[in-house]
Ligand binder design. Structure first.
Ligand code: ADP
Ligand code: MG
Ligand code: MG
Length: 251
């Protein structure tokens, strides 16, 4: 069985249907990319997989590790091993980043660590990501740039070691430094955790150093095209127009 198997998924916000029958399968250990024009429903799909209560699943199934997740709360899905990057960690003045990260694994069986072990692990991760460890003493989210938020996401990802990581890369304003951290983080996650990735993006630069197995293209709430990694270069050159025209012709 594939790690993630989505069939006939439809979802709505405030009675408005946004996802119209999505089929998407991700085998364990693979790196998949979800692309599509702005407003296609890519982020919505990520939120629906995570069980975000802002969205109503109106049809279809989402099976993870062979189990239907439809009735599970976001917390249960997270504990089952699904991770969705959120772009803006909350600002909590006075709480250092290290405490926040420690809390995210505090009640996870198999992940809890003693203080000393946690500090050693964080030092290791900072070295691997090429981040100054002093960063961990910063107050959570306060004055964080887009790139700094990305670094926090990568630390979370590598601490939690989820089975499936959905990374929504809508923020294209990353500097070279942050792009490096994201690339290194994804690579470490794939190799050291044997992780499975779904990267949502229209920023193809983030994909340059990744070994991509499959690309899914979404338009108007539907997956309209799929292909191998060569599709990324094709989209870089031609954009989404052809897919949008085909989708308009079909409906
Ligand atoms: P993408 O990530 O591909 O740019 P989104 O999933 O963000 O697309 O949005 C798809 C459509 O759903 C858009 O028309 C957007 O306005 C709408 N939408 C998404 N989330 C919400 C929400 N929470 N409330 C209202 N409309 C939403
Ligand atoms: Mg592979
Ligand atoms: Mg989006």
């Amino acid at each position: 069985t594939p790690l993630l198997s989505i069939q006939g998924l439809a979802a709505a916000v405030d009675e408005k249907t946004i996802l119209h029958g999505i089929d998407l399968t991700i085998p364990a250990g693979e790196t998949h990319v979800l692309m599509g024009p702005n407003g296609a429903g890519k982020s919505t799909l990520g939120h629906v997989i995570m069980g975000d209560p802002a969205y109503t699943q109106t049809a279809g199934t989402i099976a993870f590790d062979g189990e239907d997740m439809t009735e599970l709360s976001p917390d249960k899905r997270s504990r089952a091993g699904v991770f969705l990057s959120f772009q803006a960690p909350v600002e909590i003045p006075g709480v250092p980043l290290s405490s926040f990260l420690r809390a995210t694994i505090a009640d996870r069986p198999g992940l809890e660590m003693r203080g000393k072990e946690f500090r050693r692990r964080m030092k290791e991760l900072c070295a691997e990501l090429d981040m100054p460890p002093a960063y961990l003493n910063r107050e959570l989210g306060v004055g964080f740039s887009g790139g700094e938020k990305k670094k926090v996401e990568m630390l979370q990802l590598l601490l939690l070691q989820p089975k499936l990581a959905i990374l929504d890369e809508t923020d294209s304003g990353l500097d070279v430094d942050a792009l490096g951290v994201v690339s290194r983080g994804m690579d470490l996650y794939r190799k050291s955790c044997d992780g499975t990735l779904l990267i949502i993006t229209h920023n193809t630069r983030i994909l340059e150093h990744l070994d991509v197995d499959r690309v899914h293209v979404m338009v108007n709430g539907r997956v309209v095209h799929e292909g191998d990694a060569s599709l990324i270069d094709w989209i870089d050159e031609h954009g989404f127009e052809r897919f949008e025209q085909e989708a308009a012709g079909d409906s």
